[in-house]
Ligand binder design. Structure first.
Ligand SMILES: Cc1ncc(COP(=O)(O)O)c(C=O)c1O
Length: 297
């Protein structure tokens, strides 16, 4: 659970539109297009021991998300990478969460905002484990909401509007005592959690949904590489919910969640086991540069 120091009342620095500003002064006007119309794009990244894990990939994904929702971020990828590091140093956070984001500003307030400037910001803060006591495994319920079709919304953009149903699903799950919710996609296939990708294990093979209508997480791609390097078979395919009882292990991946085993999902129980533990360990070593991917045992 995150701490409760309000996010607008902290010491430190935030980078906003070209300048490092004192944390409490990083403000925008209430009549901001990005707040009203959902096309803010953002990244969630983690830095370990002074280095942002896959930082450039995240900066590139931020640019791609903006392109998918129809605008161009005025800060090049290389500058974003440099700003993240400078900001971590300025705040004194070698280990932290990194949030880079962009949105349409306040010049126009209507569905059309062709002349609105694109604003860009980077903030960093200290954020521990997303889920407590990971190896115990989290309990996940089934969401009432489904991931939308690629014909409905640019579903590969990490854009704020797509998170409305994630927050609704997560709030309902938490109110019922669960840690998170599994979302099916518009066709009824297993998709992802509200902020993480999902993996399932059967007979030693790892199955994971094909990311054709949801985020192909950077952690997901990393964990697939780690699994293959260990010699595990990884099968990307459409998975139906009625298959869920046939798996023995389940784990989720995401920048915030890292690799977290699942003890229960949609009413089925799983045993956080060897494959989950191995990949959790490998990921922890990789992000701290204690393991090189092509040298995994
Ligand atoms: C909806 C959703 N799916 C998957 C992920 C995992 O993506 P990544 O591993 O790039 O953090 C995230 C986190 O960003 C997410 O919010």
């Amino acid at each position: 659970m995150a701490d409760f120091i309000p996010y607008d009342d902290r010491d430190g620095w935030i980078w906003l539109d070209g300048k490092f500003v004192p944390w409490r002064d990083a403000k925008i006007h209430v009549l901001t297009h990005g707040l009203h119309y959902g096309a803010c794009v953002f990244e969630g990244e983690r830095a370990y021991e002074g280095e942002v894990f896959r930082g450039t990939e995240h900066s590139k994904r931020l640019h791609k998300s903006a392109e998918l929702v129809g605008y161009k971020i005025p800060v090049p990828v290389a500058d974003l990478d440099r700003i993240k590091l400078e900001l971590m140093q300025k705040n004194g956070f070698p280990d932290c969460y990194v949030r880079a984001f962009a949105w349409r500003g306040s010049e126009m307030m209507g569905v059309s905002a062709q002349q609105a400037t694109i604003r860009t910001c980077v903030a960093v803060w200290q954020w521990g484990n997303y889920f407590a006591d990971k190896m115990k495994g989290i309990r996940v319920t089934m969401s009432d909401w489904k991931r939308p079709s690629p014909e409905t919304i640019p579903c590969h953009a990490k854009a704020a509007g797509l998170y409305m149903i994630c927050t609704m699903s997560k709030h309902k799950a938490e109110a019922e005592g669960y840690a998170d919710a599994l979302m099916l996609d518009y066709r009824g296939y297993v998709a992802e959690l509200t902020g993480a990708n999902v993996f399932l294990v059967r007979d030693g093979a790892i199955h994971t949904p094909t990311p054709d209508c949801f985020l192909n997480g950077i952690t997901r791609q990393t964990v697939i590489q780690l699994a293959k390097a260990r010699g595990y078979e990884v099968i990307e395919r459409h998975i139906t919910p009625d298959e869920l009882p046939s798996f023995s292990e389940c784990f989720i991946t995401g920048t915030a969640a890292e690799v977290t085993p699942v003890a229960e999902m949609a009413g089925h129980t799983y045993k956080p086991g060897e494959i989950s533990a191995n990949l959790m360990g490998d990921y922890e070593k990789l992000v701290r540069r204690k393991l090189v991917l092509d040298k995994v045992a």
